[in-house]
Design a protein around this ligand. Structure first.
Ligand SMILES: NC(=O)c1ccc[n+]([C@@H]2O[C@H](COP(=O)([O-])OP(=O)(O)OC[C@H]3O[C@@H](n4cnc5c(N)ncnc54)[C@H](OP(=O)(O)O)[C@@H]3O)[C@@H](O)[C@H]2O)c1
Length: 269
């Protein structure tokens, strides 16, 4: 296949783990990848391997998404590309450990990459896709979004943001021809824990899945129309029940305009 006619897929976090696997598997599906991460040497090596395996030209876009300049360059690449069909926001970091032991600079990076970059690149993707009336945005959240993970307070909260933000976008794009999928990994064997200042013994070894198998399942989920995709969840009804319960809670609390009885106290004095 020649790249001239191939639709393109921009993938952040393509130098490692889940993002790298998306780049490889989307190339096998015929998308010419635009590879984004800081480690240019790894991206160049991956671009070569993709060219060898698929004949597609991959573009290397080395950028630090925690820096405004780097993020703006990637944003422009999304907005300026005339055949971009897929954007995958997979770049992320954990800054794990008790909050008081995490360096402020790492917390800045966590919010900048997991929250701000994902938000800005989602916006750019929807603008680019909107002009063509089609496109697929894939945002990587985490099952950490469902609870308050120990030693991952900021991380879990950032991934809850990614989940809720993506679900709100799903409503925004209804009927437009644009798809927004949010994918929630449990433990996946990547460099994530090492890069986040911990080793992967925080989870039992048997709870890990391989990145390639994980991404293959998430892309199958996309083919099946699963817009909230949890590849290790045996039955999607568990997610649907949880979403319905959250909606009922919102309805019960949301629009009453009345303070609940238990807070009524005789006035002081
Ligand atoms: N692995 C898991 O168990 C797990 C579980 C739940 C969710 N997730 C989520 O899955 C996504 C992918 O993580 P992974 O497991 O594949 O981890 P990984 O192997 O550590 O990969 C993280 C990627 O993010 C990129 N990145 C980090 N900081 C960046 C920055 N400032 N600018 C640009 N790129 C940056 C890294 O590239 P450079 O270092 O080259 O910049 C790397 O390519 C993350 O969003 C993570 O939160 C992972």
């Amino acid at each position: 296949m020649t790249t001239d006619h191939a639709p393109a897929a921009l993938i952040t976090g393509a130098s490692s783990g889940i993002g790298r696997s998306y780049a490889e598997q989307l190339a096998l599906r015929g998308y010419a990848p635009v590879l984004v991460a800081r480690r240019a040497d790894r991206l160049a090596e991956l671009a070569e391997a993709i060219h060898r395996d698929t004949g597609l030209e991959a573009t290397v876009l080395a950028a630090d998404l925690a820096e405004e300049g780097g993020l703006a360059r990637v944003e422009q690449a999304v907005l300026g590309h005339d055949s971009l069909a897929v954007v995958v926001n997979a770049a992320g970091l954990g800054a794990l450990g008790p909050l008081t032991r995490v360096e402020p600079a790492d917390l800045n990076r966590l919010v900048a990459v997991n929250v701000l970059a994902l938000t800005r690149l989602s916006r750019a993707a929807l603008l680019a896709f909107g002009e063509r009336g089609s496109g697929t945005l894939i945002n990587i959240s985490s099952i950490g979004a469902f609870h308050a993970p120990p030693d991952g307070s900021a991380y879990g909260a950032s991934k809850a943001y990614d989940l809720h933000f993506s679900r709100a976008l799903q409503r925004d794009v209804e009927g437009s021809g644009i798809r927004v999928q949010v994918v929630l990994p449990g433990p996946v064997r990547t460099e994530f824990f090492e890069a986040s200042g911990m080793d992967d013994s925080v989870f039992p070894q048997e709870s890990f899945v391989e990145a390639d198998a994980f991404v293959r399942a998430a892309l199958t989920g996309l083919d099946l129309g699963e817009l909230v995709c949890i590849p290790t969840l045996p039955d999607t009804a568990a997610w649907e029940d949880s979403a319905a319960r959250q909606q009922r809670l919102r309805d019960a609390a949301g629009l009453r305009g009345v303070i609940a009885e238990r807070y009524h106290r005789p006035a002081d004095g």
